[in-house]
Design a protein around this ligand. Sequence first.
Ligand code: NOJ
Length: 586
Amino acid sequence: MTSHPRDEERRWWKEAVVYQIYPRSFKDSDGDGVGDIPGIIEKADYLADLGVDCIWLNPVYESPNADNGYDIADYRAIMDEFGTMDDWEQLRDELHKRDIKLIMDLVVNHTSDEHAWFLNSRASTDNEFREYYWWREGRDPEETDLDPEVYDTPDDVNEVPPNDWESFFGGPAWSYDEDSGEWYLHLFDRKQPDLNWENEAVRDEVFEMMEWWLQKGIDGFRMDVINLISKPEGLPDTDPENDIETIDRAVNGPNVHDYLGEMRERVLEPDFLSVGEMIGAPMPMETARQYVTPGPEGDGLSMIFHFEHVLVDRGDDALELTEWTLPDLKAIFDRWQDGLAEAGWNSLYFNNHDQPRQVSRYGNDSEYRRESAKLLATLLHTLRGTPYIYQGEELGMTNYPFESLDDFRDVATLNPIRSALEAGEIESFEAVKDRARAMSRDNARTPMQWDDSEYAGFTDPDSTPWIDVNPNKETINVEAERADQNSVWHYYRDLISLRKEHDVIVYGDYDPLTPGHESLWAYTRTLGDDSLLVVLNFSDDETQFESPEDLKGANAEILISNYEADVSDVADAVLRPWEARVYDLR
Ligand code: NOJ
């Protein structure tokens, strides 16, 4: 390392590149069509070759899979489909042997309705587990504006739920329980009841469980929708006239910082990677800072995943798609780069298991697939923060050409479309096909493309994968990418290794140069005497970059680019379609 970071603390998780594995779709070792832990172990060398420093493993716990493992029935057991605890321990060891850390998904806003706590809680109104969840009596429809017809209750029950909240997967956020005559809250699927964090016993259970995993040698947690754990006092209805929807009621609740503070004191250490998924946008920067400021002043999370940039093309409605512009996207990133420049740390991502493929969304997945995949990678790996790679991103994997509703598997896609069909709001799937195709989380969940064989090397040719393989595995696959020095894969590998050589990439200050430009995104990163200039052309056309006066004639060397480029003059460069250049200005 050539220079020293500003007086901020060095942390491994700031210097790391994290690789996310969605086990169901990564590699199937036993031919049942579902990826598994031994499959990941088979690919440990692959991960080491790519050069990543840490794996985030999506949930592998016992689960009935209403939401692919985000509905956990036992936090201390491994899902049968994925293997055994011995397999998991072997995976941990194989990763650690290769100097790769491992963080686990922590899903504690809700459990499965098949978790023992919920089964007990449901068994009677009078037991200690009842208070683990949000059970409430219903309301008389006459006293509300709600239509009792909408809710699933027996014919002789004329009630509506305790409030009008809607599930993020469509439909009401409350379900009626016939045995006790009460309703329970679930912000996601009805099989994902929300835990009641106000109950100290719940917090004890969660913290003990986290400690148990940390004792097993993991390196941190990715915390699922962690800003939902505190509910507002009295669970008030929404207020559409004032634009207050369920999400506004549910996020960043009154006690969230107390609960996270307690978690920090009881289980977290600054050296663990803790990344909190924080839904709802925009998020006040003050709130964000509190989440990521080290303790005792702040909640002490290493970083958060906010949603602003992945909502840039979304309308208000779950199925609405809008046009996004580069200035909008830059404004979002600039706000976060600036907002967390002094306190806290950013995460950098476009892709994960909930988002469509980045190259199909922000790039050009046909003519300039390779160039735009590399450009997006350049961006995420040269901003200030920790870059996350989602499996297949390093190949430039694209969205899937979904044709019918049967092609989808995801509740978050299926539930709202089925309800819209049932309610007669749409006549057929065709009415929402384009949007579902563009937005479905299943785009990210099609199997990893290892080679060009029948099921892309993901599973046995005699088996059937749980979700279809993208037909473009013929050309986009690990084998082909590794064989081609010019591939997206090699470019990712180069970016990852540059991060290890240049402190300025990790710790440098970020200064935007072209905030309002329709297609160029240029910025500098500076740390002491080290300085980088990044210029990205987000378009299918050649675009001229007019460099600021002080950079003209600067002694620049290209550090990495997605085109052949021996151009060292930064003055008035013309960038080719989706060209990305990183200059070392030293
Ligand atoms: C966010 C997760 O990333 C998503 O996959 C899941 O459906 C919800 N939280 C509910 O756990």
